[in-house]
Ligand binder design. Structure first.
Ligand code: NAD
Ligand code: AHE
Ligand code: ZN
Length: 376
């Protein structure tokens, strides 16, 4: 069938909105009509050329929601009409990783997914001339129809609005999951969140849900302060306004009564900047502070710190998709939203048709949006 898609033709070039061919679902695959998709910083990261796994031409997008149109042979858990959220971290429930129950990083189709291909090693997308176009993160939600493996779809309730719950496909789950699944933050904890964008705000609301007592937000853009306060931030720090080094400033700010050292129980990097990651680790409390890396750093970037930081009990951890097992956890997060336990609407600051998708990237570059959502 012919579908409308925003194609990433080359690194650093705007997406080209055009008509492409999409083959129907093969064994174990599902054709989904995408109704809405968010634009995450990771899409920008790959489009910029900074992603070591970035391949072109490809159809980006990994934060979608839609409806099942057709299922391929062997698909048993989904049927046409089901409402779904695509999962860039699938959940096969059979591989060594899934059955370990130690990680959400299902490995059953990761190799082909990283090559922009379906599990059988081919692409379903092509140009009208028949040249292949690659998938991205196994989801390719910047197209109004896409094909995914059955194990990469979470079935969700039908009364959930696509234009909001698409954000659960990445940002909401990543931020809240980093707090609940990865850090396992306890009531009364102190926390510092670096980067108050689409991920950082969800870390904030995760911390609020977990009952953190002090939630410090750090961002170079002062315009992020107001929204961050709405999502639970108790103290705002703009590094460019801090006299002296940021780390001792934050260590002192998070010092509790009776503590002579200071430092936060939990810190989170939501910037992808390796210098920020180091600061985040080093302002975690001596002896037990955990620092969670969420941001995705460019090809070639490396983190560093004095090993003494770890010897003295700080813990450096990372998280992908907030440690969430997508088919199991995503429907529950949709319920949280529908029940009013988490907020999404204020973070969706802009919506646009697919034709204007590049404006969403412009708004992100200008720091003017939290989430832009493309409505099909
Ligand atoms: P965003 O652009 O919405 O937000 C980034 C924020 O960081 C902005 O508010 C910006 O002003 C701030 N910032 C940039 N440099 C800073 C600095 N030096 N100090 C303080 N603040 C700074 O991006 P996002 O969508 O929130 O994504 C954030 C990061 O998380 C990206 O690297 C993205 O690729 C990554 N990400 C990771 C996962 C995962 O599963 N691990 C999931 C989604 C996104
Ligand atoms: N391909 C990049 C890394 C990109 C990355 O870290 N992706 C995150 C999700 S970001 C969502 O916005 C992730 O889930 N990673 C786990 C995985 O298996 O890809 C690189 O550096 O090679
Ligand atoms: Zn994302």
């Amino acid at each position: 069938m012919e579908v409308r898609a925003a194609v990433a033709v080359a690194a650093g070039k705007p997406l080209e909105v055009t008509t492409v061919n999409l083959e129907g679902p093969k064994v174990g695959e599902v054709l989904v009509e995408i109704k809405a998709t968010g634009i995450c910083h990771t899409d920008e990261f790959t489009l910029s050329g900074a992603d070591p796994e970035g391949l072109f031409p490809a159809i980006l997008g990994h934060e979608g929601a839609g409806v099942v149109v057709e299922v391929g042979p062997g698909v048993t858990s989904l049927k046409p009409g089901d409402h779904v959220i695509p999962l860039y971290t699938p959940e096969c429930r059979e591989c060594y990783s899934c059955t370990s129950h130690k990680t959400n990083l299902c490995t059953s189709i990761r190799a082909t997914q990283g090559q922009g291909l379906m599990p059988d090693g081919t692409s379903r997308f092509s140009t009208l001339d028949g040249d292949p176009i690659l998938h991205y993160m196994g989801t390719s939600t910047f197209a109004n129809y896409t094909v995914l493996p059955e194990i990469a779809l979470a079935k969700i309730r039908e009364d959930a609005p696509f234009d909001k719950v698409c954000y659960i496909g990445c940002g909401v789950t990543t931020g809240i999951g980093a707090v609940i699944n990865t850090a396992k933050v306890e009531v009364g904890a102190t926390a510092v969140v670096f980067g108050l964008g689409g991920i950082g705000l969800n870390v904030l609301q995760g911390l609020r849900m977990a009952g953190a007592s002090m939630i410090v937000g750090v961002d170079l853009n002062p315009a992020k302060k107001e929204m961050a306060e709405r999502f639970g931030m108790t103290h705002f720090v703009n590094p460019s306004e801090v006299e002296g080094d940021l780390v001792p400033y934050l260590v002192n700010l998070t010092k509790r009564r009776g503590d002579t050292i200071g430092g936060a129980d939990y810190t989170f990097d939501c910037t992808g900047n390796v210098n920020v990651m180091r600061n985040a680790l080093e302002c975690a409390h001596r002896g037990w502070g955990q620092s969670i890396v969420i941001g995705v750093a460019p090809a070639g970037a490396e983190i560093s710190t004095r090993p003494f930081q770890l010897v003295t009990g700080r813990v450096w951890k990372g998280t992908a998709f907030g440690g969430a097992r997508g088919r199991t956890d995503v429907p529950k997060i949709v319920d949280w939203y529908m029940d009013g336990q988490i907020e999404i609407d204020p973070m969706i600051t802009h919506t646009m048709p697919l034709e204007d998708i590049n404006k969403g990237f412009d708004l992100m570059h200008a720091g003017e949006s939290i989430r832009s959502v493309v409505l099909y």
